[in-house]
Ligand binder design. Sequence first.
Ligand code: IVH
Length: 625
Amino acid sequence: MRHDELYFKKAAPEISDAAYDALKREERALEKILSPGVSSADQAAAGSGLGDDRTGAFPTREHREPMLSLEKAYTEAELRAFLTGVQRVLGRDDGVWVVEPKFDGLAISVTYEGGRLVHAVTRGDGQRGDDVTANVLTIDSVPRALPAGCPDVVEIRGEVYMDYAEFARINAERDEAGEEPFAHPRNLAAGTLKQKDPGEVAQRKLSAVFYGLGAWQGSPPVPETQQALHGLIRAWGLPGIVRTVVAANAEDVWAAVEGFGRERAALPFPTDGVVVKIDSRIAQLRLGASDEAPRWAVAYKYPPQRVTTRLTAITLQVGRSGVVTPVAELEPVAIGGTSISRATLHNADEIARRDLRIGDVVYVEKAGEIIPAITGVDLSRRAPDSVAFTFPKNCPSCETTLVRADGEAAERCPNGRCPAQVRRRIEHFASSSGVGINGLGPVLIGKLVNAGKVADVADLYRLKRADGVSANVLAEIERSRRAELGRFIFGLGLPGIGSKGAAELATRYGSLSALAQSEGLDAESRALIAELVALGVDPQLAAGRATGPLFGKTVVLTGTLPKWTRAEATRRIVAAGGRVAGDVSRKTDLVVAGAGAGAKRAEASSLGVEVIDEAELARRLEERD
Ligand code: IVH
């Protein structure tokens, strides 16, 4: 189903987790009815069971032991039925259970061979996953090696996730840059881990936690209980689960589930439930597993936090590029400890699809517990005289007729001089992601734009005290004339140029006056830049920003290196400021070739890219920059 693809591969679901789970349950029930003879293995292969997170962007690797999912329970009754069933198989009623938080991230399997981390692989389809070793190595808490006395081979299972503080930091940055916030830390964690460039991954702080085992070869023997496993994971220096509750019977399990439920909102990391596991490994082995999930564990998912409130209005927000976003204005309502009075509605189609009407009583859910979303309408409470919402035809700021490009969902205001757009552009330029002008906030910007004093960034450099701007702010604006060039270019918000693109333009052109000559820019952008140059604005290329002997270098590894695993070499290159790419292209600076190197080495020679061996790489890594 389409939502599987969005959930697993693109890490960008369009529906809430609860809605997704409900759809999955319905799909499975239907499958049972429609094809009773089909084994669940076939169903899993058909994509209905475990899903598949592989993106096609990474080499894949087979797990030594399959990575299973968990049975889910959504109600107290379902959970108790599971516990009773297990006790029946075990033939006693005093089994020991371990209750743990269910981290909401992306499942990962990390393999240590001879105590050294050799692979980190996502679940994939349960059999084979994406090899994301270089990316996982950017997570500081994941040790490269285990202490002496660990087994010869061990697959440790866990979760890569993003804590709320980092999620909030990234969204605050996006907000300042006028970009849509990410909806959920899980999607952001998954999207980050699936970046091709480990350097990109390292810029966002991912976390990891480990709680399970796959393969285990050699001594010591496998820990006898889940509790002992948690202890061992932590003793090996891996991040483990700190808080678990041991329960002796169903009553205690339920009390623990409720206890975690109360604590959940205060935890610094995202959880979507608890996992209840039988403690004894012998009992686990006796119970075994189905094709999809072990029979000795269950995930209890907390019901979504959902409230109802009234939709009082739908307003439009105009972004700096003219994109118009409808916003639901709500009667304030408390959900999960915060009060909510607005929710984004994404675009006109979404309003039409849901037939949202002003005055409706709507359901508001905290999607993934973070950003409120309207998930439905209580039709039984709809006023008989309510009318369908007609999306405005004109910009709320400048009245220009809105346009919609073919194939696009968004309506846009095409008037580049639209005051709302101008305000947004200046806010972006002055924000800390742009040049950072202290004291030039939305209120002052609004006044200056409305008074006709500022219609673009260049006008900032014409402002005087007489325009109602304080000496301090004028001094700040003066200072920004020599701001860092990359930030300045980013701040201009040129079409299609994000922070990375801006940094690249800065290094390529070195100055605003050189950039003004660029043929690649549209006429309007060129004119604005030329005007800034004429006003004496001269942002500077940052000096000494390069760090590490391989700063800015793209390196490709090929063949087997004598000393380092690929993961180790990658880690060192990234630490030296370089990035590791998979394929050789004109953009490659260096190819490091080991034994058995073939096509990539040949490609490098034909493109004139330098090829070196491990010893030479080691020497260059030592160089001072
Ligand atoms: S045990 C053999 N414990 O939830 C089953 N899983 O929805 C091993 N998860 O696949 C899983 N926290 O990715 C386990 N404390 C925890 C967990 C946990 C999060 C994830 C894991 C699993 C998924 C099932």
